[in-house]
Design a protein around this ligand. Sequence first.
Ligand code: NAD
Length: 474
Amino acid sequence: MKTITTHYIDGAFVESHGRETMDSINPTTGNVIGRAMLADEVDTRRAIAAANRAFATYGRSTFEERSEILRRLHKAALARLDDLIVAMVEEYGGVVQFAGPIVLSGINAFLAAEQALREMPWTRSWDKTTVTLEPVGVAGLITAWNANSLFICLKLASAAAAGCTVVIKPSEMSSLQTRVLVEALHEAGLPNGLLNVVTGLGQVVGAELVRNPDVAKISFTGSVAVGESIMRDGAATMKRVTLELGGKSPTILLDDANLDKAIPVALVMAFLNSGQACAAGTRLLVPNKLLEDVKRAIVGAMSAFVVGNPADPKIAVGPMVSQKQYERVQSYIRKGTDEGAQILVGGEGRPQGLEAGYFVKPTVFVNVTNDMVIAREEIFGPVLSVIAYDSEEDAIRIANDSKYGLHAVVLGSDLSRARRVASQIRAGRVVINGMMDDPQAPWGGFKHSGVGREYGAFGIEAFVETRAILDATA
Ligand code: NAD
């Protein structure tokens, strides 16, 4: 049982002013494994003041100084890679086969930001005009629980590359993971106040960051509902906002796709991070004429998606993060059946032998139409809806008929056709024939999936203002 009573403010771990506590529960067992004291408004304002003081100097740092800081952050986080993975498995229930690469990709975000920082055009000049990119100021970084260290590292990397100081409000459900990461980052020996971390409730710490006039920018990863409130409440202080929100991403199977290759990709996308992934491909669009073949292929491929102890490297689907999330997924499975969709695999209840934790059965629905709730709302669990289509145009129409537009996958043998389809999908990222990442490629959504982009130069640009100096000297 680990107990946390401090926050990270001005380069030191300081006792919490807030006295409320919250337990961390291991979702694999349901057992309490830790307790953290939650920050209140006073802790938050102290962190903002520290970030503000530090900005006076760090906001004027050279690119070389920022590069050096990013390299030190990378080295410091990498030194605790194994501990970070263990914490993600224990506190969140992330399967180790996903937790390993996702934690590492967060750590590598420091180097990717350092590369982007070196390659970005920071200054443009013509005639008597010089345009420079200037750090926006103190940034409030608010994160979700489903990839805690990735979100913190990624946002911190972009902000620090831009010359911003930060106050991070991690999810209150990630206290233990955050502590391991902050201990690691402390070893980077940053200037005091550049990095501040206050874990607390969204309505308390998050709300203070959003309304505080000394915070210039909010970068948020989380739900659409909270994203909307940040935009609304941030308007009073003219906050710059980046919002990384939800998704209901389509995987478009074209009729020339090789099913032996395509179906495993479609299922990996659907059950990514146990389905608790904003990018999860939870709508599989299938040509009518291939429907029966696809059903058989899905049933055949499901043996690879074993549910169980997330620490076991053979396990592909772990528990849901909490009892609340477990119940949310159950209610959607029930809703799908009530709406007339048919369960091909999975269904309600816990998988046999996994009664202790918050495990659900990976579930695939067929006979789904795109107007059903299970095809429209983000479930955030391992639930896939198979939707049939008639023609290529029909597939594109269904894919785009969503309030979301975060991610999509197109699977097909004729590359020029797959590219043609990809170019018509209204989503921030479209991947052709497989799973792929590129740390310099932008990440973010169209429509309700968010505002702005993260990663690489696009992510750094989210933390700058543009200043033009026009020199009228003759
Ligand atoms: P959430 O919106 O409930 O919480 C996210 C964060 O916001 C938490 O730190 C929470 O404490 C804080 N918060 C809550 N109320 C707040 C308020 N009034 N003001 C300021 N902050 C507040 O989301 P969640 O349940 O933690 O995460 C799941 C959601 O995140 C899903 O919708 C998922 O799609 C989304 N998500 C998006 C991405 C992406 O990159 N687009 C990535 C991961 C998760």
